[in-house]
Design a protein around this ligand. Structure first.
Ligand code: NAG
Ligand code: NAG
Ligand code: NAG
Ligand code: NAG
Ligand code: NAG
Ligand code: NAG
Ligand code: NAG
Ligand code: NAG
Ligand code: ZN
Length: 434
């Protein structure tokens, strides 16, 4: 006679336990967005109501410290991998590898250039999650034998279309989506960081943020998706006509075997035996700092890579290192980046909001290499070795979560889930059959 009651009790208990399993095992999702060249302080001088709205919903840093050099590919790969540039090996948008005897450009898709880092979309897949990328440097490359679950080849596409697709993916089975927009960088280069055109482009990107927040709400993702919005670098005024450093006016060009990059910095390999004389000659310029490779400052975490050449020239802010008097002489760009990452003009913005992010909070500036650890923590997966620190971002993560060490390799709560499931079965069996 008691059996039906006990059966009911056990059913209720079982359901409660199962609900607990459901809660304990729920893993929120992540959307990582980079808006190229979005300088941290644009929001101070330009009206950006949607970023203000985002700030209220979550946490912002006044700025973050990116990696040197402050170029698009290197900086983005540092965000994605948590590694300094010397460690992930993408030390420029262009570079020469003496071992490969080949030159890299942003179009290079060969794995061998990228394999020193493990970007978040690969870490996710390696941990059994599903990732999707809608543009990001390196996202179209097979890295360490893996690809994101879904990816797009770079092309020109409307940002709203990207947002529509990315939010659809997150509504589906994608755990982490990554998205990159080429603006406001393009406008910054062409018209300069203080131009009306740049201001308008920033407002356009701010509207895109508003559209994204609306889509997250409309698709009922706001309570499930942790949004992280950042950038790769800032932007400063330049003048290719008036602020030029011409290598040809400093050294005999036949003393140089090879060069790489230009503008804010230039790598130079002198002819055998000419290192000292070329170094001395270049050092006469008072508009740039010239380093022998071994003397490149430690705090840049840049020099320990074979792709860094024996001499590195870094221009003073706003100056451009060019080859000779014709180089870019008729180019009318008004903005550039790539300079010393300690300059305030080179720093990017940071915003985050979502179920596991502290609300209406401003955190202390941290490092762009910390973002990878933040993302792994939000996704509850084990990070690959990296240079970031969770300590600097922990204060705005509100997720009650176990130590990463308690997680299994595939990143699920195997242990607690198994225990709770056994408990459910136990409850069921005991109450029904005793
Ligand atoms: C490097 O490649 C160039 C052609 O791209 C070739 O001329 C040169 O001999 C190669 N150097 C070495 C050391 O293999
Ligand atoms: C990207 O382009 C490569 C080379 O053209 C092609 O093989 C690949 O299928 C493309 N991937 C996607 C997702 O479109
Ligand atoms: C993106 O969204 C459009 C419009 O809904 C759809 O036609 C397209 O297939 C989607 N693309 C991807 C890659 O999901
Ligand atoms: C540059 O160096 C080459 C080879 O050493 C030499 O022939 C030439 O005269 C030099 N030019 C100048 C302007 O010194
Ligand atoms: C730059 O423009 C001037 C004037 O149009 C022209 O004479 C000159 O050849 C151009 N220089 C280069 C390097 O294109
Ligand atoms: C960020 O960089 C600035 C110099 O630009 C430095 O003063 C500050 O200590 C750095 N912050 C962190 C967290 O490293
Ligand atoms: C956000 O914080 C600011 C102070 O930092 C406070 O004035 C404001 O009322 C807060 N807004 C909300 C919605 O909590
Ligand atoms: C950065 O991390 C990599 C991978 O763990 C490591 O090899 C390297 O020594 C680290 N760099 C610094 C400066 O700690
Ligand atoms: Zn960029």
């Amino acid at each position: 006679m008691h059996l039906p009651t006990l059966g009911m009790t056990s059913l209720v208990l079982s359901l409660l336990v199962l609900a607990a399993v459901g809660v304990a095992a729920r893993r929120n999702k992540v959307l990582l967005v980079s808006m190229d060249g979005f300088r941290w302080d644009y929001v101070k001088t330009i009206s950006t109501p949607n970023l203000d709205r985002l700030a209220g919903l979550g946490t912002r840093a006044e700025y973050i410290n990116n990696t040197f050099c402050t170029k698009t590919f290197p900086s983005h790969y540092s965000v994605a991998t948590g590694l300094y540039e010397e460690s992930h090996g993408i030390i420029g948008n262009v570079m020469y590898d003496p071992e490969f005897n080949e030159t890299f450009s942003p179009r290079t898709r060969e794995s061998k250039w990228w394999n020193d880092g493990e970007p978040i979309w690969i870490t996710a897949v390696r941990n059994g999650l599903k990732s999707a990328t809608y543009f990001w440097p390196g996202s179209e490359v097979k890295i360490r034998g893996l690809r994101p679950t879904k990816y797009k080849n770079y092309s020109s596409v409307d940002v709203q279309k990207q947002i529509d697709n990315v939010t659809d993916w997150l509504k589906g089975d994608i755990d982490i989506a990554v998205m990159y927009t080429p603006q406001p960088d393009k406008a910054g280069h062409k018209f300069g960081p203080n131009s009306r055109e740049l201001r308008e482009k920033v407002q356009e990107m701010d509207s895109a943020v508003g559209y994204l927040l609306d889509m997250l709400e409309e698709k009922e993702l706001a309570s499930v998706v942790n949004l992280v919005l950042t950038s790769d670098h800032g932007m400063t005024e330049i003048d290719f006509q008036k602020k030029r450093i011409e290598i040809a006016s400093l050294v005999n060009l036949s003393d140089i075997v090879r060069k790489s990059d230009k503008g804010p910095l230039m790598h130079i390999t002198p002819v055998e035996g000419k290192l000292e004389s070329v170094y001395q000659a270049l050092s006469k310029s008072d508009k740039m700092t010239v380093y022998k490779k071994e003397d490149i400052p430690e705090y840049w975490h840049y020099k320990n890579n074979r792709r860094v050449m024996p001499i590195l020239c870094v221009a003073d802010e706003g100056w451009s290192i060019l080859w000779d008097k014709d180089d870019l002489i008729n180019k009318t760009d008004r903005g550039n980046h790539g300079y010393d990452n300690r300059l305030t003009s080179m720093k990017p913005l940071f915003f985050a909001a979502g179920p596991d992010i502290r609300k209406n909070h401003t955190c202390q500036p941290f490092l762009s290499v910390d973002i990878y650890s933040l993302l792994c923590t939000l996704l509850e997966i084990n990070p690959a070795p990296n240079n970031g620190s969770l300590e600097r971002v922990r204060n705005f993560i509100v997720k009650p979560k176990p130590q990463t060490a308690n997680l299994t390799n595939n990143g699920t709560y195997m242990f607690p889930s198994a225990v709770l499931l056994s408990l459910t079965l136990f409850v069921f069996l005991v109450f029904d059959f005793l």
